[in-house]
Ligand binder design. Structure first.
Ligand code: PHE
Length: 342
């Protein structure tokens, strides 16, 4: 019995200092100590020579020794004598894990398309601040003091006096460009606008617009019609028809709203066009002479047209999206559907 305990002690000291430097050495350690003919097995077999009354004590010592060797082996698996990790083998033939690909936001896709169509007609992109003053958002655009659009209901005011507000349309950018006094002027103004509206499937407190402006000598309503007709055909296809209805905007005279023939039913009447065969897509008109004068442009010499459309609305019609809220919720199940549309 004492002999056995002494052996265990000696082996333990030997194992204590054991180190491996390669996979082969690790395997050699395993075979030497833990293999079927290894030291642990051999020493275990010596139990049969131990006297019965000492079997319990010897068994315990042997078990502890066995656990000790196994633990040592686990440690050696992680580190060799130089503290270098034994690396797991990499299977280079395995396919790489899937990488999710992103897509452009549908609003960006349609905005870029609108910009490229108007670029071809010579319109340059102009941008301006989202936080505006009263002059550029309202007064210069001929919105009288008591106009309903100035109501707190529609506009987010950051400060009352002097007024700072979140622009309600990108017409403010047109004013900034006209004030620069470089004519003729042919610009489109894409950007985000804000209105104090209750959020629903058809309205939101922020959305995106593209407004257009052309100021030169002898610009006529016929130029406006032709420009917008070209845009509609490029955007929605050659079969789509347009019509103009008289309307009112303080900054244009005459003013109109433009409809396109319904893309769903082709004009015969369905739920999307509310059985009329037409859907409204934008507001437009000839720039009011007072607006030109407000920007120091000679309204006797120059005329111009302007138009403005909501990008969300165009996108909803083009891709048959029924709820405006989808555009700002960032649900990838919705957004992923536009990967192919880029
Ligand atoms: N600014 C108008 C709007 O926000 C759109 C518009 C622009 C209408 C230019 C006529 C001319 O609704």
């Amino acid at each position: 019995m004492q002999q056995l305990l002494d052996k265990i002690k000696a082996y333990s000291a030997q194992i204590e200092g054991a180190a491996v430097h390669s996979k082969e050495e690790l395997e050699a350690f395993r075979i030497k100590y833990l293999g079927t003919k290894g030291l642990v097995k051999t020493i275990m077999s010596e139990m049969k020579d131990v006297a019965t009354e000492q079997k319990k004590e010897a068994g315990q010592a042997l078990n502890e020794f066995k656990n000790y060797v196994e633990q040592k082996f686990e440690k050696l698996k992680l580190f060799d004598g130089n503290q270098v990790k034994v690396k797991q083998e990499v299977d280079l033939s395995l396919p790489a894990p899937d990488m999710p690909i992103g897509s452009r936001h549908p609003i960006s896709i349609v905005q870029n398309k609108i910009i490229s169509i108007f670029n071809r007609l010579g319109f340059a992109v102009a941008q301006g601040p989202e936080i505006e003053d009263d002059w550029h958002n309202f007064t210069a655009l001929n919105l009288p003091e008591n106009h309903p659009a100035r109501d707190m209901q529609d506009t987010f005011y950051l400060q009352e006096s002097p007024a700072w507000l979140l622009r309600t349309h990108t017409s403010s950018v047109q004013i900034r460009e006209m004030e620069k006094g470089v004519l003729p002027l042919r610009i489109i103004c894409p950007g985000r606008v804000y209105r104090n509206e209750t959020i629903s499937a058809r309205a939101h407190c922020f959305f995106n617009q593209v407004e257009g402006l052309y100021i030169a000598e002898n610009v006529s309503f016929a130029d406006l019609k032709q420009t917008l007709y070209f845009f509609v055909q490029e955007m929605f296809g050659q079969e789509v028809k347009i019509r103009f209805r008289p309307s009112y905007f303080p900054f244009t005279e005459p003013s109109a709203e433009m409809d396109i023939s319904c893309l769903i039913c082709g004009g015969s009447g369905c739920n999307v066009c509310k059985k009329t065969g037409w859907v409204e897509i934008l507001g437009c008109g000839m720039v009011h002479p007072q607006v030109l004068e407000n920007c120091n442009i000679d309204s006797e010499k120059y005329t111009g047209f302007a138009f403005g459309m909501g990008i969300e609305r165009i996108t909803m019609l083009k891709y048959q999206v029924k709820d405006l809220r989808l555009f700002s919720e960032n649900d990838t199940r919705f957004l992923d559907q536009f990967i192919a549309a880029i």
